[in-house]
Ligand binder design. Structure first.
Ligand code: KG4
Ligand code: ZN
Length: 334
């Protein structure tokens, strides 16, 4: 089955052609991060307009790169949510219109499930697919969640952030340190340049839960920047990253052990962070799966990978469904 998938939930306009939910034939991502950089974060109206400009060229390029025509497609899918409503509606509307016009099944996909399913996209011809049940840590600009992934796959929410998402914390700290947007890669680069590594920021463990909190850490970083006039930006970035990565990795590994998981999956933009990748692999006693960095940040190949789950459970036509800023399949996510 060959799927054309479209993703436009945030600041990337993306389209991909994927076969059987695993083989990437093309994967086009038009990033808007430069447009938003001067604001230090995403401006929804700017995002929506940029999606409108990019959507048709991006979809065309996905077909060209895959060497396929409309007649070679079996279904069209799109991110339904969660995301920015004005951004979602562009990719979702385009996908729905194409499906209607071409007489193909239209499949709305949950963005978070898409991030997790990036772990099923085959890289370099390896067949090292995750075994289930798995615990997945989804860490992005908008979300920080621990999910139990059972056979199906079926997703159950174990916990998540009570305030900022991990990526959001990286972006806000970048702003405090005078670094540019998106902040994750910038903070990570500054951290790797740290020479002095003495600073220690607090960790919010929220013991007894699978929840997270990063707002206290953000305040601690703010205070350290205010108080230490000549403070070393690199050391602050390093100490901040250590705090986030310590909590994320310990809680994910603990949840995986407690749930008897056979594998631990990382997903979402923050999973591109090399320190997080390293520490989770070090601490986990079960196999860890992490997509390559380009499939951790928003892309449409992951949406294509999640398409077959939705097709397997939905017998009705989904053409009348609308996008939503919330999780798109609340009934299956506890
Ligand atoms: O998954 P994603 O592309 O979009 C959302 O669904 O939110 O994640 C974007 C987030 C941003 O907050 C960005 O700063 C963060 O992922 N990010 C990183 C790294 N690369 C991207 N955070 C830490 N380290 C990185 N290397
Ligand atoms: Zn995302």
């Amino acid at each position: 089955m060959r799927v054309l998938a479209i993703e436009s939930s945030c600041d990337e306009t993306a389209a991909a052609v994927v076969t059987d939910g695993q083989i990437i034939e093309s994967n086009i991502v038009a990033s808007q991060s430069e447009l938003h950089a001067k604001y230090g974060g995403i401006v929804p109206e700017v995002a929506a307009r940029a999606h409108l400009q990019s959507i048709i060229p991006v979809v065309r390029q996905a077909l060209v790169d895959a060497h396929v025509g409309w007649e070679d497609l079996d279904a069209i899918s799109a991110t339904r949510g969660p995301g920015l409503p004005s951004a979602l509606v562009v990719g979702f509307g385009a996908a729905r219109g194409l499906a209607f016009g071409l007489g193909l099944p239209f499949v709305p996909v949950d963005h978070i499930e898409g991030h997790v399913m990036a772990n099923w996209l085959i890289q370099k011809q390896t067949l090292d697919l995750p075994n289930l049940p798995a615990v997945a840590l989804v860490v992005s600009g908008g979300h920080t969640e621990l999910l139990l992934v059972e056979e199906g796959p079926v997703f159950k929410r174990l916990g998540g952030t009570r305030d900022d998402a991990a990526g959001e914390a990286f972006d806000k700290v970048a702003r405090l340190l005078g670094l540019s947007y998106p902040g994750g890669p910038e903070v990570s680069k500054a951290a790797s340049n740290a020479v002095v590594k003495k600073m220690h920021f607090p960790r919010a463990w929220l013991r007894g839960t699978d929840d997270f909190s990063f707002s206290g850490l953000k305040t601690a970083v703010y205070r350290s920047v205010e108080e230490l006039q000549n403070s070393d930006i690199n050391e602050i970035a390093w100490a901040f990253q250590e705090s986030v990565v310590d909590v994320l990795s310990k809680k994910a590994v603990y949840a995986a052990e407690r749930e008897g998981a056979q594998s631990l999956l990382l997903a979402g933009g923050v999973a591109a962070n090399s320190r997080l990748r390293e520490i989770v692999q070090d601490r986990s006693t079960i196999p860890v799966h992490i997509p390559p960095p380009s499939l951790c940040t928003d892309n449409a190949a992951m949406i294509a990978a999640a398409t077959r789950i939705e097709m397997a459970i939905s017998s009705d036509s989904l053409i009348d469904i609308d996008p939503t800023p919330y999780r798109s399949r609340v009934q299956r996510i506890g």
